[in-house]
Design a protein around this ligand. Sequence first.
Ligand SMILES: Cc1cc2nc3c(=O)[nH]c(=O)nc-3n(C[C@H](O)[C@H](O)[C@H](O)COP(=O)(O)OP(=O)(O)OC[C@H]3O[C@@H](n4cnc5c(N)ncnc54)[C@H](O)[C@@H]3O)c2cc1C
Length: 511
Amino acid sequence: MSRREVVVDGPVIVGAGLAGLTCAIELAPARCVVLSAGALSTGTSTGWAQGGVAAAVGPDDSPADHAADTLAAGAGLCDEAVVASITAAAPEAIEWLTSQGTRWDRNPDGTLRLGLEGAHGRRRIVHAGGDGTGAELLRTVVDAALRLDSVTLWEHTPARRIVVEGGRVTGVEADTPDGPVVLRTPAVVLATGGIGGLFSHTTNPLSSRGQGLALAFRAGAALRDVEMVQFHPTALDVAIDPMPLVSEAVRGEGAIIVNERGEWVLADPLSARDVVSRAEWAQLQAGHRVFLDARTTPGPRFAELFPSIHATAVTAGLDPTRDLLPIRPAAHYHMGGVLVDADGQSTVPGLFAAGEVASTGLHGANRLASNSLLEAVVCGRRVARRLRDASGQSPTGLPPAELVENPVAAITNAEYGARLDAPDRRQLHQQVRRIVTAGAGVLRDEAGLRRALRDLQPHLDDDTGLVGYLVAHAALRRTESRGAHTRTDFPQVAEPRHTLITLDDVEGIAA
Ligand SMILES: Cc1cc2nc3c(=O)[nH]c(=O)nc-3n(C[C@H](O)[C@H](O)[C@H](O)COP(=O)(O)OP(=O)(O)OC[C@H]3O[C@@H](n4cnc5c(N)ncnc54)[C@H](O)[C@@H]3O)c2cc1C
């Protein structure tokens, strides 16, 4: 098929989750094109988020307290200035979402109802629809973006390559059902989400395989702390792939973690995620099973407080008021990512990143629960403002041009799914998942990581193989245990430092 070229009057935003669509909305009235790999509202972690958005809006709370909890969870790798700035921006981010139409859960007096989550010192989790916060946020930004003439959405259009010429971005190549298209633009914003789909046990959409990291890396951008993967300790272990998540908020409401003998797996069920995941892993390795016991608290209030989780449990034949819920750790959130500055600019001029794909410095070695939706909103807007400020009305500095119509033929979700997981790709994806899980899972050591690198080496042309390789590569270089990264051969904490990885560090990569 021939490759078409179109000139775009504005940035191209790759990804239509919370970060990408927030950026598009904030850019208005300046124009932009948003690419979604599948149909709009599918394939996002955003839509699946259950807990909520962390913001110091309670009378007993302050951004400084929120920042202190974030820094404690981040285990020495957070950027303090970034933490202070994003936590300070949180209350206004909630107001902005409200102005866009988010229907938050409120108390009878109209104030926001605040939940508590692990490692937060205060009730500061703002939520919507109980455990349906992500779905409500996605609805908000999709509706808002669709109302704007300035936003052009291309569905079923995965970005395949960032075009870099003369050391800066000049476009992005995307795959459409009608063949490849190069969108000419001097500014590309990556908002492609996480990497959980690289692991055998994950809570992420299986399409979240770090495509944005591969695009940025092949374009020459630096990636930071790619080894830092957060495993969620309470994924429901009922043979569903990806695994349904049981929100941390369930523990916030009093549920405890026990083994099959009813023994507590750890003294403080509200410990940080890495602590809980390791405690569970130790139990699983010792041949035990691990359960969440919500029978007493929240007990009878479970269905009211957590309607989605309740429905999933019931579908799996479990009644949370009577049954123990089987759980295990699953890859959930990627703290590492494309290294960006405070405005989301990567190390390649014209290439930006926001949301889970970016490494801003907020999360460090371990994300504090509910800080990622916050980051997606705050940073998505900051990238937009930076693009607007850089060149006035036309954010890229290009002379206004006709906005192109989407040339993409209609394609159904089923067709998209079939294409994403065509038999050869499905097989390779499963193989990569097994290798990455075995070598770079909850507990890591040199022998396992070297095995993973050797097994992934033949698959570096594939984005999943490449990103899995980069995770193992960085994990091998971090010879310590810190936050979510546990090396059984290096159990101690060393001097805090970041791992950076660029094309120069890895041989045999096709740009
Ligand atoms: C089950 C679950 C529960 C969670 N709960 C919470 C919570 O309570 N609070 C919290 O703060 N965080 C939570 N998180 C994390 C949070 O949801 C994510 O970090 C956040 O939504 C990421 O938003 P994003 O916009 O960066 O990416 P996503 O929402 O994942 O969106 C990624 C977008 O990129 C597109 N895309 C990917 N690759 C390409 C490509 N090559 N070309 C074109 N498009 C592409 C996808 O189609 C999608 O549109 C949860 C995550 C999960 C999985």
